[in-house]
Structures are given as structure tokens and as C-alpha cells.
Design a protein around this ligand. Structure first.
Ligand code: ADP
Length: 496
């Protein structure tokens, strides 16, 4: 079925393309720019200041000053909270422009950005605004005549490196908690998607964020990103991206000043459909779990394990659903799937599809590019996938569903856990005992039962094994951005 109605007619204006340092939009120190693209066509959308080590230095200096001299960490928590709340209001006010820019630069459906992601950006900031004035230490009973308390202090200058698949949500997960705790920030956006962070960075200034508190540098990983990870004056590093790059930044952090690092990395998440599951519901959610955001989710349900007794029915229906998926211009109403982010990802995905065919998995549908321009790929389903095939082991990060067959619960637990990753898992069953067995046994940071991709500001997210270190969102994110200071004061005589 085709989507018809055009929602918005780009070009939307691109207003902010320079680095945001100390409250001003400035050119790169080198004067260089790099192109950013519209993935629908591969055409250049804007030229953006190309940050490098020198720009990172300037941004860190601004963040350092804003931290050491204030006003941000010295403002009352209530005042900080109000800035975040005003920002959330501005985000809602500008939902259409922000969503359009996100869709234009990333290729995701405009409706997805407008109905889910931009509202979630506002929601996350309101959630963390709520925490700002509720962060406090403890009074600790200790042996001897001492009054002991802990102070929960901001950690300092936070360096944050984010990817291109959810530019605004990654901004929210990183910037929200760091600001609520009173830190200052240098954010390095992904080279593919620099635009929306600059736009909302401007809104934070309008909301009353003092200059230097949030600095945003656009640029490439090995230059700007590496400079940030290895900077001696950065007190904490938060990274989301691939497992390989995670290893690099962890090493850079260790080699420089041992800044603590949180990592949110890749995944190959199992989605387990038991024999007693509601099959139609499981088919729909397995489809969503894999194809959402063009398959570009670190937590995608990318190994669909289906019990042998329902395997044929499930596969038939999964194929029918994929064939019905509406692919097209992300600005059109009803479109479920836009283009992949860039030609590199596009080629990589097609290579994985080829490898699936060569390894004798059954190609149920799709398998080729969609249309003749841009980076669109047909929704693709493989059945008869075996654990040792490349498509069952590596992160494809595209619209390619792989369906595997299982017999026993113990067997599927063993196979689901036989991965270097451990980000998420989905479990579909009506049996509470089966659900309990699986949720306890699966080695993953999130287990969704009869649902998938449920994200809420309060629910922590992160990975076991090589899917990462630490948790983001919820109360758990706060500890990433706080130092604990124990203050021990001798008492002249026992207080009681
Ligand atoms: P992807 O494969 O999803 O593009 P990456 O891990 O390469 O994942 O990218 C995620 C983020 O990490 C981006 O902002 C990118 O610029 C940055 N990055 C890539 N390489 C490095 C590096 N060597 N040092 C620091 N950051 C990097």
C-alpha cells in the first residue's frame, strides 16, 4: 500500500551549522566544513563546521570555566531544574521544526520523530528536572565519635559522544542527567547527523542555560571524538556507538587521565516466541522490534527464535507483514520505513544480505535496494537461519529479520546467551513460569515480556557483556554524573 499525502515540503531551513562554544555559534578553528546529507537522495543538505582537537580544546576550556567559576554548579538545584523545564516547553513548542530537521538529516519517518522522539526528548528533560533538587547524600553511622555525611557532587566536565541513529534521544539521555546533576558538557555529535543537537542547543540557551555549560562540537570520530576522549581536562566520558569504537574510547580515557567511562554499545538481541504465545501479537512486535528505525537500533530484536510448533505459521505471517511494510519518503504520511543513514551502512547491509543467501538461509522476501535513489532497502526476512551464520552473529543494523527455530526452553536460553552481546531480549509467552525462567536466565540489560522497545525516562538501559558498561536513564544515570565525597567530622563529645 502506498503513502500519499505529503506532510511537509523540505527544504526546511538549516539555521545552525557552526559549533556551539561558550554560548556562541563559531566556525571551526581550521575554518573547515564538512557536508551533511539527505539520506533520501544522498544530496548535500548543509555544510557544517568541522571540529577538531583545537575546537575540542576551546569547548573544554569553556566548560571548565563554567564549572569551576559557575554559575551552573553554584546555582540552586531549583533554578537548574527550571531551566530544564523551560527547555522542555520550548521543545514542545518547536516540535514540527525539530522533527522535520531530525527526519531530513537522518531519514527516519517524520511522524515517528514528531509523535515519539521529540516528545520523549521533552519527557526526559522533565524527568531529570524533577531529580535536580532531589539529589542528596546520606548521614552515615560510623564507629567512634564522628559525624559522617556524604555529599553527592557533580563530577565536573562531562565529555559525551553520540551516534546517528537517534540523534535527539541520545542527546536527551546524555545531556539531561548531566545537567540535572550540575555538570558542564562538551558534546560531540555523530558526523552523519550534526543538525538537531545544534538546534536544540540553541533552545537550551533560550531557556536560560548559562554560556559554556553545554558546548556542542560537530566533527569526525578519530579527530574530534578522540580528542575529547583523551582530553586531560574532561572528568567523565559517556559514549554510545559501536563496540569497536567503545574499546577505542575506553583505552583513550585510560591512557589520558583515567576518566570514568560509561559505554552503550552494540547488540544482537534475542526475541523468543514460545509455543503458547499470542502469535499475531508476537509477529507484529517481532516486526517492530527489528524494523523500527530502519533496523538501526542497538537493541533491535535481531535474532527471532520461534518454537518449532509455531515456526511455519510465524514465518508465513512475518513475511506477510514485511511485505506490507510501507517504505518511502519519510515525510509522507503513514510511511513506516525511510532510507538507511548513508551509503556505507547501505552497502554493509546489502553485503550481509548476500552472505545470508550464500550461507543458505531462506530468503523469504526483500533482499534488494528499494527504488533507484537514496539509501532505501526492502524489508527483508530470512528463515531457516542457523546460529553459526554471519547474519545470526553480527549486528546488521538494517531491515533484515532472521528467524531461527528452537525446541526446548533450556536450549533457547543457551543459544540466546551464546553471544558476545547482552543488550536486550524479548520474551513472548502466556505462561508465567516460562516468563520467569527466561527473564532470570537471559544475560541482557533489558528483558521485555510480551512487549518490546518500551522506553521510559525512568527505565534504566544498558548492556551486559560487550554491549556496554553502566546504565543510562532513570535513577541509574545520576550516579554516572556524581562524585561521592565522605565528610568525617570529629565530635567533641558523643552526640547521644
Ligand atoms: P557507527 O558505526 O554507529 O557510526 P561509531 O561507534 O563509529 O558507530 O560512532 C559513534 C560515535 O563515535 C560517533 O560520534 C563517531 O564520530 C564517534 N567515533 C568514531 N570513532 C571514534 C574514535 N576513534 N574516537 C572517538 N570517537 C569516535
Amino acid at each position: 500500500s502506498a503513502a500519499v499525502e505529503e506532510l511537509i515540503t523540505p527544504p526546511i531551513e538549516v539555521t545552525y551549522t557552526k559549533n556551539l562554544i561558550n554560548g556562541h555559534f563559531v566556525d571551526a578553528a581550521s575554518g573547515k566544513t564538512f557536508p551533511t546529507y539527505d539520506p533520501r537522495s544522498g544530496e548535500v543538505l548543509a555544510h557544517v563546521a568541522e571540529g577538531d582537537a583545537e575546537d575540542i580544546d576551546r569547548a573544554v576550556a569553556a566548560a571548565r570555566k563554567a564549572f569551576d567559576e559557575g554559575p551552573w554548579p553554584k546555582m540552586t538545584a531549583y533554578e537548574r531544574s527550571r531551566v530544564l523545564l523551560r527547555f522542555a516547553d520550548l521543545v514542545e513548542k518547536h516540535n514540527d521544526e525539530i522533527s522535520a530537521l531530525e527526519s531530513w538529516n537522518n531519514g527516519k519517518p517524520f511522524e515517528q520523530a514528531a509523535k515519539a522522539e521529540v516528545p520523549m526528548l521533552a519527557r526526559l528533560f522533565r524527568y531529570y528536572a524533577g531529580w535536580a533538587d532531589k539529589i542528596h547524600g546520606l548521614t552515615v553511622p560510623a564507629d567512634g565519635n564522628y559525624h559522617v555525611q556524604t555529599l553527592h557532587e557533580p563530577i565536573g566536565v562531562a565529555g559525551q559522544i553520540i551516534p546517528w541513529n537517534f540523534p535527539l534521544l541520545m542527546f536527551a539521555w546524555k545531556v539531561g542527567p548531566a545537567l540535572a546533576c550540575g555538570n558542564t558538557i562538551v558534546l560531540k555529535t555523530a558526523e552523519q547527523t550534526p543538525l538537531t543537537a545544534l538546534y536544540v542547543g540553541r533552545l537550551l540557551l533560550e531557556a536560560g542555560l548559562p554560556p559554556g555549560v553545554l558546548n556542542i562540537v560537530s566533527g569526525f570520530g578519530p579527530t574530534a571524538g578522540a580528542a575529547l576522549a583523551s582530553h586531560m581536562d574532561v572528568d567523565k566520558l559517556a559514549f554510545t556507538g559501536s563496540t569497536n569504537t567503545g574499546k577505542i574510547v575506553l583505552e583513550l580515557a585510560a591512557r589520558s587521565n583515567l576518566k570514568p567511562v560509561t559505554l552503550e554499545l552494540g547488540g544482537k538481541s534475542p526475541f523468543i516466541v514460545c509455543e503458547d504465545a499470542d502469535i499475531d501479537h508476537a509477529v507484529e512486535l517481532a516486526h517492530f522490534a527489528l524494523f523500527f528505525n530502519q533496523g538501526q537500533c542497538c537493541c533491535a530484536g535481531s535474532r527471532t527464535f520461534v518454537h518449532e510448533s509455531v515456526y511455519d505459521e510465524f514465518t508465513e505471517k512475518a513475511k506477510a507483514r514485511a511485505l506490507n511494510r510501507i517504505v518511502g519518503d519519510p515525510f509522507k504520511k503513514g510511511v513506516e520505513q525511510g532510507p538507511q543513514i548513508d551509503s556505507e551502512q547501505f552497502k554493509k547491509i546489502l553485503k550481509y544480505i548476500k552472505s545470508g543467501v550464500e550461507s543458505n538461509a531462506t530468503l523469504e522476501c526483500g533482499g534488494e535496494r528499494f527504488g533507484s535513489k537514496g539509501y532505501f532497502i526492502q524489508p527483508t526476512v530470512f528463515s531457516n537461519v542457523q546460529d553459526d551464520m554471519l547474519i545470526a552473529q553480527e549486528e546488521i543494523f538494517g531491515p533484515v529479520q532472521t528467524i531461527l527455530k528452537f525446541k526446548e526452553i533450556d536450549e533457547v536460553i543457551r543459544r540466546a546467551n551464546a553471544s558476545k552481546y547482552g543488550l536486550a531480549a524479548g520474551v513472548f509467552t502466556k505462561n508465567i513460569d516460562t516468563a520467569n525462567t527466561l527473564t532470570r536466565a537471559l544475560r541482557a540489560g533489558t528483558v521485555w515480556v510480551n512487549c518490546f522497545d518500551v522506553f521510559d525516562a525512568a527505565i534504566p538501559f544498558g548492556g551486559y557483556k560487550m554491549s556496554g558498561i553502566g546504565r543510562e536513564k532513570g535513577i541509574y544515570s545520576l550516579s554516572n554524573y556524581l562524585q561521592v565525597k565522605a565528610v568525617v567530622t570529629a565530635l567533641k563529645k558523643p552526640a547521644w
